[in-house]
Design a protein. Structure first.
Length: 343
């Protein structure tokens, strides 16, 4: 701006008035001199600086646990679309599954003057609620709750989704189930799904078609150790089944891919030695083996809803924190044909 002022022979305040469309306050001669100086120098004002002067940046901070997870990418797309339609931009911070960086992420985004936050994080950092309160900006949570944080929450209805999957497997004749998940402790969505799995198996006793269910937590070990442990768990599950139909439930698309890798190591195929259902519906699911049955999450809608809730808060909406749970959709493919029995 200083260069433009020198070129036009005016003050920086005069250039600022011109750039903020207040040329009506300038004489035609001065306005023309400033216009020519701007064109000659190819000057473009900083959108951030202009926004800060107005007190609004129209930036939204989105923090995700793992940007390599297709779920996070789909949520991001939905949030971006809703924000763009409202004239906002999204700034992304990827935690890389490091829960210790949640407060760091919020502080970093706050330094860019984001107006609010959408958090799709692990929810394990107890200091995040205090950080949000300190920053004084609205927050919307996606998929995972944070203890002590009073904020709008948007998620899959995990209980309903698990009941849908168990009903399908029960109808297909599966009686021995192995639920494979990443470490459950401290992550609300994992806790809710695992609890719904145990409750569904317990309830099945009263339905006359009892499901024998066990949970296997795939630890944060090196990939080779993860794969070996999972392959052993699959073998043990088939042995316990003693000839009855066996199925595996994978807690998300990352775990589903691990299950498929363990099956390949054992020389097994989904839908033959055992049934497979995965939460999330990645693009590759129809093309692995006979096609992997999935519980598709409305990820795009979750992202849009989260952004809409945040924009409403920025617009002055003052209500008690809202909880919005969306249903999933079962997509049946060849991996759950029914009556898959042990050798």
């Amino acid at each position: 701006m200083a260069d433009v002022a020198r070129e036009a022979g005016v003050s920086k305040a005069t250039v600022s008035r011109f750039l903020n469309h207040r040329e009506t306050l300038l004489s035609p001669d001065i306005a023309l001199r400033v216009e020519r100086a701007v064109a000659a120098l190819g000057y473009s004002p900083s959108p951030m600086a202009q926004a800060l002067k107005r007190g609004r940046t129209r930036l939204i901070g989105l923090v995700v646990a793992d940007v390599t997870n297709p779920y996070s990418v789909a949520v991001l797309r939905g949030a971006e679309q809703a924000c763009q339609e409202a004239g906002y931009l999204v700034m992304l911070f990827n935690l890389g599954n490091d829960s210790g960086r949640e407060r760091e992420a919020m502080a970093a985004l706050a330094s860019y003057q984001v107006e609010g936050f959408i958090l799709n994080t692990l929810g394990r950092d107890p200091g995040v609620a205090a950080e949000a309160l300190r920053l004084g900006r609205p927050v919307v949570l996606v998929d995972r709750r944070h203890s002590s944080m009073q904020a709008d929450f948007v998620s899959l209805d995990n209980g309903q989704a698990m009941r849908t999957v168990l009903t399908h497997l029960q109808a297909q004749g599966y009686r021995h189930l192995l639920y494979v998940t990443e470490p459950v402790r401290g992550v609300s969505s994992r806790t809710e799904r695992e609890a719904a799995f145990r409750e569904g198996c317990h309830q099945s006793v009263h339905d006359g078609h009892a499901l024998q269910g066990q949970t296997f937590e795939s630890q944060d070990d090196p990939p080779e150790l993860q794969l070996q442990a999972l392959a052993e768990a699959l073998q043990a599950c088939r042995q316990r089944a003693a000839g009855q139909a066996v199925a595996v439930l994978a807690s998300n698309s990352v775990v589903t891919l691990r299950v498929c890798a363990a099956l390949a190591r054992l020389g097994w195929q989904a839908g033959r030695e055992l049934g497979v259902v995965g939460f999330d519906d990645p693009e590759w699911a129809p093309y692995v083996g006979p096609g992997i049955s999935t519980l598709a999450q409305p990820t795009h809608d979750l992202g849009r809803l989260a952004a809409s809730c945040l924009l409403e808060r920025l617009g002055g909406l003052s209500l008690a924190p809202r909880q919005i749970l969306l249903p999933g959709q079962l997509r049946v493919r060849g991996s759950t044909p029914g009556q898959t029995r042990t050798a």
